[in-house]
Design a protein around this ligand. Structure first.
Ligand code: ARG
Length: 478
């Protein structure tokens, strides 16, 4: 209790990372493609890892490695010129761009010449053609502006937006290095790295027309990050479908002779599906994350109104709890497991959910309010707390959970697993509720009351610090 009451917001922090930098590549959206529920995992897991490592003392560079390179931008230009108009796109943002993209694919089935045109447009972007480049930047700005709404809702921030196109002029050097070091070989005009000896197939580095690939840009990006940030870890929060890609990447960098390949970490996660079935971008069966978050807020508002309110700011509380519920749910699952998104589970105020933890936090706050300012202030003073009054089983179990928080946070960092923190704050919330149920807190004996209130304040602090690492706010009233 001493430690929690004196360290407050810093309880659970550490200096193990002082002087060290960690790069975290997360969210890493694709320009002009819908930001759907599938992107939730990388975005919130990555953001939580940024917060956890910062709390552990590391300097963290959060990187949104934008997917802003490739023929799809040629397709988009072709589609825009044929069917698009400025106003519709400005108004519709990503959704309108995506419609153009879907239309292009439908039409190109009957008009294969559209594909050639798209390739030509992409070449023009690469060569710096003014008109094509302007359109490309416009698509990019529109996408980022649209996505920013979601990042704001989730309180997500990045230190760098250096994406795939950022590396276009940096790749040739590495392609040459691969050739010079004898790692790469020519195959029908293309350049490949054979990794059969490691059971990793073959990596295509450049196609026969000279164009580069996703992995070529990742090789350049990894080296750039090492040179720029001198990282102790370069973490990629990317779906497990890309396991092979990252194994190949690590191996190629090792073959180039860079020992820091051992510090490249792929943090994979499983698939999110909806109760109504799987999503398919091509068939337009996507659930936009923005709609999910708005629905969460709306459902929460309904629940608050039904249950009666302890707040005069329903709007803000609905946002905090609704968005928090989605985030908390995402971070409750062991990240590698596939899971089905269920509204009932997400918004259950009695289950092991975000609303349950936030409600417990508000309950702690309410106990302290009811005790009065003077009593609460006394409980915040570590020297006034007499632990001999905290002998019941539920008080002991709660104190023990609070004591474990710093180790739990460290463990979550070691395993790149924010759900370890999530589950522990659920345990703390349950521990608090048991204590609250078993014990009379506002007793007449002043010393006993102070000790019990100190435990309440400590639980409140621990829950708040835990929630903050997940990117969630804690409401004083709910
Ligand atoms: N934009 C990619 C995708 O949506 C993810 C990029 C992950 N980061 C990376 N450096 N490869 O699949």
């Amino acid at each position: 209790l001493d430690r929690i009451l004196s360290q407050q917001d810093a309880y659970g922090a550490s200096d193990e990372g002082n002087g060290k930098t960690i790069c975290i590549d997360y969210s890493s959206i694709n320009i002009a493609k819908p930001f759907h529920i599938g992107h939730l995992s990388t975005t919130v897991i990555g953001s939580a890892l940024c917060k956890i490592f910062r709390f552990l003392g590391y300097k963290v560079v959060g990187i949104n490695h934008l997917g802003d390179y490739g023929t799809q931008f040629g397709k988009l230009i072709s589609a825009y010129k044929r069917w698009g108009d400025k106003e519709t796109i400005e108004k519709g943002g990503i959704r309108a761009l995506n419609e153009l993209y879907v239309k292009f694919h439908q039409e190109a089935e009957e008009h294969p010449e559209y594909d050639d045109e798209a390739r030509a447009y992409f070449k023009k972007i690469e060569q710096g053609d003014e008109e094509c480049l302007a359109l490309f930047h416009w698509f990019k700005d529109l996408t980022l502006k649209d996505v920013q709404k979601i990042y704001d809702m989730l309180d997500i921030h990045f230190d760098s937006y250096a994406g795939e196109s950022f590396y276009s002029d940096k790749m040739p050097r590495f392609v040459k290095e691969l050739a010079d070091k004898g790692i790469m070989e020519e195959d029908k005009g293309a350049n490949i790295v054979r990794l059969d000896d490691y059971n990793l197939g073959t990596a295509l580095i450049t196609k026969s027309d000279g164009s580069t690939l996703y992995i070529t840009r990742d090789i350049a990006a990894a080296k750039y990050r090492m040179d720029t940030y001198n990282f102790v870890k370069d973490i990629y929060v990317v779906a497990s479908q890309q396991n092979l890609h990252f194994q190949q990447l690590k191996r190629i960098i090792e073959l180039m002779g860079y020992e820091w390949t051992k510090d490249i970490v792929h943090v994979p996660f499983g698939l999110v599906s909806l109760e109504e079935g799987t999503m398919s971008t091509r068939h337009g069966r996507v659930v936009f994350l923005e709609d999910v978050l708005n629905k969460a807020i709306e459902e929460t508002r309904k629940i608050i109104q039904e249950k009666g309110v302890a707040t005069d700011n329903i709007e803000e509380t609905a946002k905090m709890v609704g968005v928090g519920a989605v985030v908390f749910n995402e971070l409750s699952n062991n990240r590698i497991k596939d899971y089905v998104f269920s509204w009932n589970k997400v918004l259950d105020f009695n289950g092991e959910t975000g609303p349950y933890v936030q409600y417990t936090y508000a309950r702690c706050a309410s106990v302290l309010r009811n005790a009065g300012e003077e009593a609460a202030a006394k409980a915040a003073d570590p020297s006034a707390v007499k632990a001999e009054y905290l002998t019941s089983e539920s008080a002991y179990q709660l104190a023990r959970l609070l004591y474990q928080l710093p180790e739990i946070i460290m463990d979550a960092g070691d395993k790149y697993e924010p759900s370890i923190v999530t589950r522990h704050i659920v345990d703390i919330a349950q521990g608090f509720n048991r204590f609250y149920h078993d014990e009379h807190i506002l007793v007449d004996n002043e010393e006993e009351k102070t000790a019990k209130l100190a435990l309440v304040l400590a639980a409140k602090t621990a829950i708040r610090n835990g929630l903050a690492l997940l990117g969630m706010d804690a409401p004083e009233r709910m």
